[in-house]
Design a protein. Sequence first.
Length: 100
Amino acid sequence: MHKIGKRSMILLLVAAMVFIPFGTSAFAESKAVDGDVSAEAMAADLILIRPLGIVASVLGTAVFIVSLPFSALGGNTKTACRKLVQDPASFTFTRPLGEF
């Protein structure tokens, strides 16, 4: 059972890394000029992009914790925190729904 869960998680992460660039570029082209966000963009954001953002936030936090001793020695802890923790969290939780 443990192998199945591990394989499923790896498959999910690989699929996310493959499909996110295609999805965001498609939404960028279909965004209306007047600032209105379509229902499709909101639904795709809610169903696909936000869960992947949560995964990115959790993984970024884990990577930050692992890299903390090295970034502290290098003196760039604030930059590492911003790039690995704050940016994914703000993309996931503070961005308006449907705006990429």
